[in-house]
Design a protein around this ligand. Sequence first.
Ligand code: 13P
Length: 252
Amino acid sequence: MRKVIIAGNWKMNKNLQESMDLANSLKKELSGVKDIEMVLCPPFTSLGAVAEVIKGTGIKLGAQDCYWEKEGAFTGEVSIGMLKSVGCAYCIVGHSERRQFFGETNLTVNKKAKALLKEGVMPIVCVGEKLEERKADKAFDVVKDHVVNSLAGLSKEDMLKTVIAYEPVWAIGTGVNATKEQAQEIHKYIRGLLKEMYDAQVAEGVRIQYGGSVKPDNIKELISQGDVDGALVGGASLKSDSFSQIVRNSSK
Ligand code: 13P
């Protein structure tokens, strides 16, 4: 059985104090939740402080990006060792905002995913088509390109530690989520790709999150789908009540 994973991607929101306040509030709201894996992904500047707040709880810490080199003259970048030193268990890579605004490609996503796995941090690899690509009937092709090339060369063991997030770009921050049927169709397709690339054990073992306008009132129908194993939540993760309601509504 795949354990449901709900992650909050805070994006470029929350200063240090606001991050600690939100984490403290979530710690209270979510104490006692056992059946769902919960991950908070605050900005780099708040990782250490949020780690302190959630220490000893079931809530895990994730970063929003990383660089694959270990150290050196890479101004502005953050290494995986640094992320580990503040307690990150997960790291998002290949988010569409990074692909769109910061030149992220399948190749750089692949380098980051491999480096994370080598260091024992679990990647959350984002894939998903833009609106024009869906309209042109290219959603499956784009998702295949992202999955095959972002995950190229990962061993079976590494693949089983990796989380895939299907985030259709047209659903991010728009209030228009993919319907449960649209999400299930792509998630099932991704699982089929994993079976081709690896085997049935990997296909059945890898968790696939949905992301894009997830809210407390649509998570139930999304999570009811057989191949939807969780959510990567943006806007609704910035408030304690909406994120904790999403977690509570996510039991399979
Ligand atoms: P929203 O939930 O704000 O649509 O963002 C989704 C997302 O990009 C999570 O990574």
